[in-house]
Design a protein around this ligand. Sequence first.
Ligand SMILES: Cc1cc2nc3c(=O)[nH]c(=O)nc-3n(C[C@H](O)[C@H](O)[C@H](O)COP(=O)(O)O)c2cc1C
Length: 203
Amino acid sequence: MKIVGILGSPRKGGNTEVLLDVALEEAQKNGVIIDKISLRDKSIAPCDGCLGCTQTGKCVIEDDGQEVYNKMLEAEGIIWATPVYFWSMTSHTKTLMDRTYALGFPKLRLVNKVGGLITVAGGRGCMSTANIFNMYFNYNHMFFAEFAYGYAHEKGEIKKNTFAKNMVKEMIHQMISLINASLKYPEEFDIPMPRFVRKKYQV
Ligand SMILES: Cc1cc2nc3c(=O)[nH]c(=O)nc-3n(C[C@H](O)[C@H](O)[C@H](O)COP(=O)(O)O)c2cc1C
């Protein structure tokens, strides 16, 4: 089982990275092969809207985006981790998200993968950010775990937030459980994920 974590924070060792590392360590402890992609280290140009991918299934932009596509396609689980910037994701994250439009052709290629989300805000905006990912996962016919979030401002401050760290671990357990369940679109797509995982954990 492979899970890839996509880090959209430009701040090295920042709060989002702390939580993503908690997630990936927990996954590894449970025998999952993990991979972490820091978007700040990648050169990924914005989608130019050529729509070439809708005809060919390929993005014409030759940059680090191609490597990230491959990692996303290889993994069964994809965790997006982003700080909240103005009630939304960072531009690093959104740039990649837009580029994944190419993975929707000739048919949705992220279908049946399991999504996870980690967001960190200084004080507000985790929910509005999560809404976009909710739409994104739905659009891609992905299954997704309950998302994990936390509030912190100073670099690394989230380390003190046990609640957020536990939420991240819980998200990983849900993701592993969803991956093991091998749910398929469309038959199982209408099962609300929280209900599925609550039943699984009997909570
Ligand atoms: C450009 C920018 C925009 C931000 N917008 C918000 C916001 O809308 N809501 C909020 O609560 N915090 C906002 N913050 C604070 C960050 O979300 C917060 O500092 C977070 O811990 C950063 O995560 P990181 O350490 O992983 O980079 C913003 C920070 C920056 C730099």
